[in-house]
Write a protein that binds this ligand. Structure first.
Ligand SMILES: *Cc1c(COP(=O)(O)O)cnc(C)c1O
Length: 471
């Protein structure tokens, strides 16, 4: 039986135990090559949203060589790899430069950063740092601590709250702009609030929260403001230089105290790194960990991880110094050009509605029919988008694979077909196949549905970590 989760079950042997005798390297590499080539085909066409930010195999080969040179090195042991300090220090310095940390330096702060394992890692460390800094400087309030985020801000903030015992207060966004207002955020603040969150841009709609207003609010309240630039951090600054309508969201904005920016997204590095930047060294250092009396020796680490691979630092550094500002700007120009053309294709259909004023990443819905009819028809034509809920919408993050010749034109043509099909299905009273899986649950069923959805999610995770059924 070949299921979607186990397409290789019949093609290759299934290792149910650690084999007594190993196989030749060449044989294993051939098998790996075969699976990778099969899987590359799904995104090389440019029809997959997000996920493959570079998509350039020559770039990947270059990164893989950089990674391979240092993959076996543990950067916790700097005495044998001082190169890691060069990589890490320079990655942080370059990211701080991109976020205009010089503006913070002028106001008497010492901007610093850290390299984490990904966007989630950067957000976790930001929340941890705010919590520990607040604990050290003002003491825990009677109600513990809380942070305030727009509902569109990434679930990693909720994960951080869950892990570190910080309450996460969620503020609804304006349904038209898809961003929060400072007034709405102010309503959720109390004496135990340690930080606000704003996104540049948010994942669901690719829109940018009013960072200047949030910064002013944070300053007035004497609390932090984290700008989540996980997605936008390495592309919005170049979009701004190219004349796209992008407001300042970095350390030039008073009140911005931390920024996350993912090198493993539009930094075009390998998966597994991100940067977290601080206006003030004291906040970063508040979450440093040290054990001075361990029998294994004196132990300290900058973040939550212990041993880390030198390969990821080397590859991230290599990507940044290879591309430089001019390289990033050129990729940004191509991506914004493709995104603008795709958004124009959406706008050309009166039945579709683009949500807010999005950037390189955008969402659209319909007030006429269930947008999942469009999703179904586009999927049949090879497109992979993220299906969104509350409200139902289709999400597209434009990356380099979409800048290949013909992709934008194919999107426009397939979208026209899909809209026509959707109108027909809607008129016939048909229910979209994907709507029940990805779409919003009706208000009245929410409480009942929640435990069921959680159970299905757990089963999916279980399946991803299991073996195909025995023959
Ligand atoms: C991707 C993303 C994150 C989380 O990053 P991971 O790298 O998936 O852990 C956080 N915020 C935004 C806006 C993102 O797009």
């Amino acid at each position: 039986m070949v299921s979607a989760d186990f397409p290789y079950a019949e093609r290759y042997p299934v290792n149910r135990v650690l084999p007594e005798h190993g196989r030749p390297r060449e044989e294993i590499l051939a098998e790996l090559r075969e699976m990778a080539e099969l899987e590359d085909r799904t995104w090389e066409s440019g029809r997959v949203s997000g996920t493959m930010y570079s998509g350039d195999h020559e770039h990947y080969e270059f990164l893989n060589e950089a990674f391979g040179r240092y993959a076996h090195v543990n950067v916790l042991q700097r005495d044998i790899c001082p190169s890691a300090t060069r990589f890490e220090g320079e990655i942080i310095a370059m990211a701080l430069d991109l976020m205009h940390a010089e503006a913070a330096r002028g106001s008497g702060h010492e901007p610093v950063g850290m390299v984490t394992g990904g966007g989630t890692g950067s957000i976790l460390h930001a929340v941890l740092a705010y919590r520990d800094h607040a604990t050290q400087t003002r003491g825990v309030g009677s109600g513990g601590f809380n942070i305030v985020k727009p509902e569109t801000a990434h679930p990693a903030f909720d994960k951080a709250g869950h892990l570190f015992g910080v309450e996460v207060r969620t503020v609804p966004v304006d349904p038209v702009t898809t961003t929060v207002t400072a007034e709405a955020m102010a309503g959720a603040i109390d004496a135990d609030t340690i930080a606000l969150v704003g996104s540049a841009g948010n994942y669901p709609y690719g829109t940018i929260d009013p960072i200047a207003d949030l910064g002013a609010l944070a300053l007035e309240q004497g609390i932090g403001l984290h700008v989540d630039g996980c997605l936008g951090g390495f592309i919005l600054p170049f979009g701004q230089e190219l004349g796209q309508d992008i407001p300042d969201f970095d350390f030039r904005v008073p009140g911005v105290t931390t920024i996350s920016a993912d090198t493993h997204k539009y930094g075009y590095a390998l998966k597994g790194t991100s940067t977290l930047l601080f206006r003030d060294k004291a906040v970063r250092n508040s979450q440093y960990f040290a054990h001075t009396r361990w029998s294994g020796g004196k132990y300290h680490s900058p973040g939550m991880e212990g041993s880390r691979s030198g390969g990821l630092l080397a590859a991230t550094w290599a990507s940044m110094v290879h591309l430089g500002r001019a390289g990033y700007r050129e990729y940004a120009r191509e991506i914004f050009t493709a995104a603008d053309a795709m958004k124009e294709a959406v706008r050309s259909h009166p039945q579709l509605r683009l949500m807010g004023s999005p950037t390189f990443c955008f969402s659209f819905t319909s007030d006429v029919f269930d947008i999942y009819h469009v999703y179904d028809a586009m999927r049949a034509r090879g497109w992979r988008f993220n299906g969104q809920q509350y409200p139902n919408a289709i999400h597209m993050a434009t990356t380099r694979p979409q800048t290949q010749p013909g992709v934008v034109e194919a999107f426009a043509a397939d979208l026209s077909d899909a809209v026509e099909i959707a109108e027909g299905k809607h008129a016939a009273g048909e229910v979209a196949a994907s709507s029940g899986i990805y779409g919003s649950v009706p208000e009245a069923l929410l409480d009942q549905a929640d435990p069921v959805i959680r159970e299905v999610m757990a089963q999916m995770l279980d399946q991803q970590q299991s073996l195909p059924p025995a023959p």
